[in-house]
Structures are given as C-alpha cells and as structure tokens.
Design a protein around this ligand. Structure first.
Ligand code: ATP
Ligand code: MG
Length: 712
C-alpha cells in the first residue's frame, strides 16, 4: 500500500486523516486474518499434525462464511450498480476482483500444504488417505456391500434433461455431476447426486466390519470417492462416462424486515428456509470438469466466471475437522485442565466468593464452570428471586439453558433475552427459545433492528431482608464448549452501581424503558463510539499535560472510521497506542506523521483470541473497560453491546499485565507493518508464547490452590 508522508517537507500541517491511503480495506483485511489462520497449518512444527489439519478446516469454513455473507453483499452491491468506494477507495467490483485473486492463491497454498506436506506426514504416522482402487479385490467387495447397505439408501440420483428441471442444489452441498450414456439409445445424459451431508465426509475404513488390511493403520476414504466408485448401482442400464464433484455456496445473509415482522421467531424461521435459495456466490469444481458441464452448471446456477473456483483435490475441506476424532493424542495439543480458583477456595459457592470480592476469570485458562455453577446455584437457592440473562450463542446441549430451566421449575422469575439473529446460530437459538418458553420462562427477542450481543446475567437474592444483586458480565458467549477454546473474561461482582445499570438495561431490553443514562456502563448503540473516542481524546490531553499517554485496546476487529481517526490524532499527540486486534484492522500503524506511535499486533494460536479490553492510563488513574463490543460500525450502531468498567485497581493491573504479556509475544504474534501487510514478530528476546504462558500460570494456580486446600 502506498502512502505519502503526511507533512511533506516537514511542514506542520495536520494530515488529512480521511485519505484512503490511511485505511485498509475491510474485506481484504479479513482475508489477511484468514491467511494468518492458514499459516498455522502451513508452517511445519507450529502445531501437532492433526491440529494443522484442524487449521485447514477452520480456514476453509471461515472462507465459506465470508462468501456467504461478505462476498454475497459485494455481489449485491455490484449488481445494483453501486459505485461508492470503500474508505480505502475501492469499488465493489475492485474488491471482488482482489478477493478472488487472493482466494486463488490461498487455495493453492492450502492444497499444496495438504497434499504435499500434511498427507505424507500423516502417512508417516500411520494415517492413510486411500482410494477405492488401491484396495484388494476382497476388500473392494466388502466395501461394495457396505456402500449398498449404508450409503445407497440415502442417495437420490436426479436426472437432468429437457424432461426434468435442473435440480435444486442447496447451500454448502457437495455434489457429483455425472455424465451418462444410455446404452440402448446411445444418447448422452446428465445427472446429479448429492453427497449426503448427514453422513461423515471421511470414512474410517479400518473401522468398517469385514474390511481386512492386516495391520493397524488408520485408513481414510472420502465419501464422495466411494459414491463415485459405485455410481453404476444408481443408474442401471446406463454407462457412467465420468463423474465430477462440485460444491455450491449461496448468499446466506438473512435480511429481516423487523418492522414488518409480526412474529420474529416465525420470520426468522422463514429466513432460514429462504437462505437455502440464496444466490450462488461460489461454485467449486475440479480442474478435470469438462467445459460443457461447467457451462451447464454455470448457466443453471446463474454464476459468472468470477464465482467459479478450480480446486484440485477434494472440495469442502472444512470436513477435515472429522480427523480430530482420531484417537492419536500425540498428534494433538496436550489436553489441559483449566484452573478453577473459585471451586478451590469456596467449594463452588459462587455467591460467597463474590461476597468476598469481585472475581475475574480468564477463560479458557480459568474454567467456565463457575459461571454455570452460579446459575445452577441460583436455581437451587431458596433466597434467589430472579435471574435475568442474555443469550447469544449458547451451543448445543447447553448446561446454562438447563440451569435456567431448572430455575423456572424452582419457581424463580427467569427472563431470558435470546438473540435469534445470531448468525448461523439462528436455528439453535429458536430451539432454546421455545424450550425456555415451554417451561415458563419469560423469553424476549430483543429490540427491533438491533442484535443483542451484550453478555449479562443479573441475579436477585434476598439477604437479611434486603435485596442483593449479583452480576456476571463477560466478553464471550454463555457457551461452555467455546469457553474451552476462546479467550474471554468473566467478571463476577455484586457492585451496586453496576447492578443498578444492568437492571436498567434489562428493563430497556424487555420493556418499553427508554433509559439511556447509564452511570457506569458504556452501552451500544447509545454511547460506545462517543465514549471510546472521548477517552482516546482524554488520553491525548493527559499526554500534552504530563506525558506518559498510553492506550491498549484489544478486540477482534477495528473498522470504525471515526474511532480510527481519533486514534491517529492521539498518536500525533504522542500517546503510545498498542492495539491487539485478532481479525480485521482498517487502521495502518507506523505511518510517518499519522500513526507513528501506534503498534498493531494479532495473535493467532491454539486458542481463539476473543476478549475485548480497553485500557487507558488516564494520568495514572488507570481505567479499564471489558465487554462484548468490537470497534466496528455494527457493534457501535446496530447492536446492544455493553462495556463495563473494572472497578478494582488490582484487577485492572492483572488485566493490564495480561495485555502487556500478549504485547510481548514473539512466537504467535503478527505485526501489521506501515505497508498494511502482516509479518511474524521476531526478535532476539527469549521466546514468549503468551497463550502458553497463561496455560502455565493456570497450572501453577491450580497447584498453589491445592496446597492451600490441603492446608500446607
Ligand atoms: N484457534 C482458532 N484460530 C482461528 N480461528 C478459530 C480458532 N478456533 C476457532 N476459530 C474460528 O473462529 C470463528 C469464531 O470467531 P468469532 O470471533 O466470529 O466468534 P463468535 O463466537 O462468532 O463471536 P461474535 O458473535 O462476537 O462474532 C469460528 O467460526 C471458528 O471457526
Ligand atoms: Mg462471529
């Protein structure tokens, strides 16, 4: 990326902070993030072998989602003739073209890594991808029988010619396009078979009864290969000329006109159904597919050449996640047991822990269990009157939801705000919302036009004839499964001023309250942008007065232009600004006269960095906010988000030193350079892998508390 120095000739004029040269394109920045995820797989020795496979899967499914939402949006804009340029000066078409160029290169890297590096290493470790043809005659017969019994009944061959309409090809589906010859008439035909998504994508041949290999190697076969091999069973009296896999990705962005939605739940269900019919935004094929079949698919799926990707090898590599089920611990990360300081100290009595003082948990190093315990304990506790909670992504089989249901059964007043619009979790959330409603909880779907992304729990308990309020405030979801792999903070407190604000906020979410004057919380869409910007400006003021201006912000994405401008200005004023941004970052650090004092790093590793923390030195009166909001227009303007201050200075110090540790990471950290590109942080200091250090610290905490429990 080119940019001219802000003040040519050393003149002291203020740079034009709106210049496109000072911004990175949001979509391309996301692509760079996904590249960093891919690098986790590409680099040998970065992770145990199966974990590298996992990163190929994550990279691939991330990219699928990106097409379903972001590329779909750009294609819409392009089609609608939108000529507006992004902050960095690109039209929708220019962005689409750049994305395509990048994706092609990424697919090349991914596939080369998978087939030339990872697969041979898997082989060295006794794990083989095999083809049907490589099997002995005896094994092939057994496999044919297996196909007949287990797979054949689930398949539906769909003919396609003038007599049959083009079959509907659903989103994310893998299919075979089959060329056939009618043996009697000699005419050529075309058919499509969907590879059933309910079956595992990769078969473990060594686990199929009757197959005999005479060794204990693990043998894997792609399901689509098995189907291809036995197509003649689906088309008797026809000659299979050839079969070619293809995969379709559709626009999956649900547009909900909430103002017109009578019943939001039903409207979203309709949306999910219609998502199956969204416009095709990507068609994956293999290079072998002949031109006529390509043309035919492109015509009927209504896609242009820009949306067609040739991928040698298997399609839909997100399916590789199944390999994580292989029981080969030495090829995976070492399991770890999170510390549970609360359990160790107060035996799971979370209320009493909170009474002793505010509690800060850092997941996944600290267990998420206390949060589940809190709600379970509240459900059982006769003194508890009510529980209010927001739910965004709860995951399947959620112990949190079960605890809430239990609380209803125990006669507590339970009010739950279920966000039905949480992307790709809509169906899941509908199920939970219904289940909660059925047991008699008050289920609310939030405010019209806003997604509720805030993570809040409020428990009211009667104590000595007074009502006391307990809070859980978080940066991540109420999802114990992801809490094992995403880094997030949980803050447990009975702080009155915070509780007052949270009560008001729940009233605003569930009732008609138009409360906007929160004393402690920063709340989107009310004042997050304005408060963050004013704290950035305040830091510049402090710096002018007494120096030492310092800001550390950690988030998943930084997109908001006004906040970026404020950061540029603060940098020009001399404030030292460190940004830990895992994903999209539209700000460019280190530009002369614009962002000299800003550093941007991104940590990608075993755990998904997910916590959001905003720290300001504030003239020595350190101020720290944690919460659910990233700095993107969507989080600032279109969602209900909460950032909460951490009132205890000791805990502020804890978080600040955790942030400093991440900033000192020189193993899993990437820095953004003044040209907008990322490079791995390398220096001569002893190696610091921040996630590993946090793991070690958690293990230490565990052993220390064991000593304490034992009275040593
Ligand atoms: N270690 C990892 N590194 C990179 N990406 C990961 C890792 N683990 C999981 N992921 C991917 O990260 C994605 C989730 O990231 P994201 O920040 O969007 O979280 P989220 O739960 O959707 O939160 P939000 O609702 O705030 O967007 C998942 O789709 C998953 O595939
Ligand atoms: Mg997300």
């Amino acid at each position: 990326m080119e940019h001219t120095p802000a003040a040519p000739g050393g003149a002291q004029q203020s740079p034009d902070f709106s210049s496109p040269a000072y911004y990175v394109n949001r979509e391309l920045s996301w692509m760079e993030f996904n590249q960093r995820v891919l690098e986790e797989a590409l680099t040998p020795d970065e992770h145990p072998l199966l974990e590298r496979v996992k990163f190929i899967s994550i990279f691939s499914s991330n990219l699928d989602e990106f097409f379903m939402i972001r590329v779909a949006g750009l294609e819409d804009q392009y089609e609608a003739g939108v000529q507006d340029r992004s902050v960095d000066g690109l039209t929708p078409l220019e962005q689409l073209e750049k994305i395509r160029e990048r994706v092609i290169e990424q697919f090349r890297q991914r596939d080369e890594c998978l087939y030339k590096d990872i697969a041979p290493r898997l082989k060295d470790n006794g794990i083989d991808f095999v083809s049907c043809r490589s099997l002995s005659d005896g094994n092939r017969e057994v496999l044919e029988q297996y196909f007949r019994n287990e797979i054949f009944p689930v398949l539906t061959p769909l003919a396609f010619d003038t007599g049959h309409p083009f079959p509907f090809v659903s989103n994310l589906s893998l299919n075979l396009a089959i060329e056939l010859e009618d043996i009697e008439s000699g005419t050529m035909k075309f058919a499509r078979v969907k590879v059933p998504s309910i079956l595992p994508r990769i078969l473990r041949l060594d686990q199929i009864d009757g197959l005999d290999f005479g060794d204990d190697r693990i043998r894997l076969l792609w399901l689509d290969e098995l189907i291809t091999e036995h197509l003649e069973q689906l088309f008797p009296h026809m000659r299979i000329v050839q079969a070619y896999p293809f995969r379709v990705i559709r626009d999956a962005d649900i547009e909900i006109e909430e103002d017109e939605a009578g019943d939001l739940l039903e409207t979203i269900e309709q949306g999910i159904r219609s998502r199956r019919y969204g416009k095709v935004v990507r068609l994956d094929i293999t290079p072998q597919m002949p031109e006529p079949i390509r043309k035919l698919l492109m015509k009927h799926l209504e896609v242009g050449p820009r949306s067609v990707y040739e991928i040698p090898g298997s399609l839909g590599l997100s399916g590789l996640m199944e390999l994580m089920r292989i029981e080969r611990p030495e090829l995976k990360d070492e399991p770890f047991a999170p510390s549970n300081p609360l359990e160790d100290r107060v035996g799971g009595d979370v209320f009493s822990a909170i009474r002793q003082g505010d509690q800060l948990l850092y997941h996944p190093y600290d267990s998420f269990q206390p949060v589940v315990d809190l709600i379970n304990q509240a459900a059982r506790d006769p003194q508890v009157l009510s529980i209010k909670q927001t739910l965004y992504r709860v995951g399947s089989n959620s112990p949190v939801v079960k605890a809430l249901m239990h609380a209803v059964e125990e006669g507590k007043q339970v009010a739950v705000l279920v966000e039905l619009k949480a992307r790709f979790d809509e169906e899941n959330n509908i199920v939970w919302a219904r289940a909660l409603e059925d047991v008699g909880a008050h289920v609310i779907y939030g405010l019209v036009g806003l997604k509720t992304h805030a993570k809040l729990t409020l428990i009211v308990r009667r104590e000595q004839d007074k009502l006391k309020r307990y809070l859980h405030l978080g940066t991540g979801n109420y999802n114990p499964t992801t809490a094992k792999i995403y880094t997030d903070y949980s803050f447990l407190t009975a702080n009155e001023a915070l509780a007052e604000d949270v009560s008001e906020l729940f009233n605003a979410l569930t009732g008609y309250s138009k409360h906007t004057a929160y004393r402690k919380l920063i709340v989107s869409p009310i004042n997050t942008r304005q408060r963050i910007i004013s704290m950035i400006e305040r830091e510049a003021e402090w710096h002018r007065k007494e120096g030492n201006g310092r800001i550390i912000m950690k988030m998943n994405s930084l997109v908001d232009r006004r906040t970026i401008k404020a950061l540029y200005k603060a940098s020009c004023a001399g404030v030292k600004i460190d940004l830990i941004i895992r994903g999209i970052c539209c700000l460019i650090p280190g530009i002369n006269g614009v962002s000299d004092n800003i550093r941007v790093v991104s940590v990608i590793g075993r755990f998904l960095e997910h916590s959001r923390a905003y720290y300001f030195r504030n003239g020595g009166m350190d101020e720290l906010f944690l919460g659910s909001a990233d700095i993107m227009p969507r989080n600032l303007d279109h969602r209900v988000e909460v950032l909460f201050p951490v009132p205890d200075s000791e805990l502020v110090d804890v978080v600040r030193s955790e942030l400093e540790l991440i900033l000192s990471d020189n193993v899993k950290s990437w820095q953004m350079n003044p040209d907008g590109a990322y490079s791995k942080v390398t220096d001569d200091r002893p190696q610091v892998n921040s996630q590993s250090v946090f793991l070690q610290q958690a293990a230490m905490k565990k052993s220390i508390s064991k000593f304490k429990v034992n009275g040593l």
